[in-house]
Design a protein around this ligand. Sequence first.
Ligand code: AMP
Length: 429
Amino acid sequence: MKILVIGGGGREHALAWKLQQSVHVEKIWCAPGNGGIAENAECLAADAGDVRALVALAEKTAPDLTVVGPELALVNGVSDAFAQRNWAIVGPSRKAAQLEGSKIFSKEFLLRHNIPTAKMYGAYDSPREAYAALAGVDWPLVIKADGLCAGKGVALTTEAATARRFLESAMEKNEFGPGGHRVLLEETLEGDELSFIILTDGERYAPMVPTRDHKRVFDANRGPNTGGMGAYSSDELLPAGLRHTVMSTIVEPTIRGLAKDGIPYQGFLYIGLMLTNKGPKVLEFNCRLGDPEAQAIVVRMDFDLAEVLADVTATRLDPAKLRWKRGASACVVLTSGGYPGKFETGKKIEGLTSINSKAGIEVFHAGTKRENNSLVTSGGRVVGVTAARDSLETALALVYQASEGIYFDGMHYRQDIGGHVARVKAAGD
Ligand code: AMP
């Protein structure tokens, strides 16, 4: 099999790394890839959100299978364009990708199929109506811009003045682009979050191991939101009873709902859950794997990913093929100083060669590039140090120990991924 991976972050590095292990895989391209992915795939320059460019690339390379990492190409219809040409691609159609591309579409889907989610107060495209609606809501309030807003489209507000300011930025000042012109007001849910990702061929589905990510830049969930500072996976994240509830009240009705609405879905479906005291509820859908959840997931895969993804595109997914390493995994993301605000790039990264992947530690690159035979930083999130082990404690100990050996000017990472600090203290260290 020759495979094209679309994207160039840590998630795509993790995918390329896992695909490369398959006996069925002869060649991997990654568009655009990055400095680390270049070890596992041939990187091809491309704009990962530009459908026409991606079609042209596939025309030239003729892959047997294409795997889409990020959402933009999917929301822009890359799967439809490939399907028209009978090219196998893992990723939902433009219509199905609306589950991520439009919060209002997604909320209406959830309500139509009685899937537990936060109560919606209303959806608005007129700022005046949105301001007026603030008089009738409970606080704190969650406001969501309808479209893709590069992670800036959700606000949890405790009072009307802040809510008005957010609405003004989105709807009147155009600060989030067209994605901010319509908004959704909804109830605030409380509880622990969980990322539950399934792989489906449109008929059958198979869950990934459950994961939890850490979005805030500083320890103890302080500071601004980022693309993700780390993630971990553990069987204990989702005990059997809760898992059963998630499957029967959320996953099954979602799959049935997609079929009923005539929305074919092939690919990864990310279900963001809040585990509330009234049961699990859906916060959001994403139409692809999470980043850095993907990194924590692939290291626990005990199956041939290329074979399973080819099965998905042939509508013959066999859930029994997805076998997982027992235990846990962790991914700690090392970032440029200043991220998610302004940061400098071009910093030389040292210590990577001392990391022994034979010991089960993988460094997935997100923002790196090669320059004169060395690796330098080229983005906010630089690398994700990842490992799977039989317990979360050992996986965390391993990734933190490895992270200490990596250096670049301004490097920052959270110390408390997976409750690391608390765990070390509890162990009396
Ligand atoms: P979304 O893009 O919809 O997932 O929102 C991003 C983040 O905002 C989620 O991961 C949650 O942390 C938070 N969030 C979204 N909706 C709610 C809600 N109804 N109640 C509490 N937090 C929420």
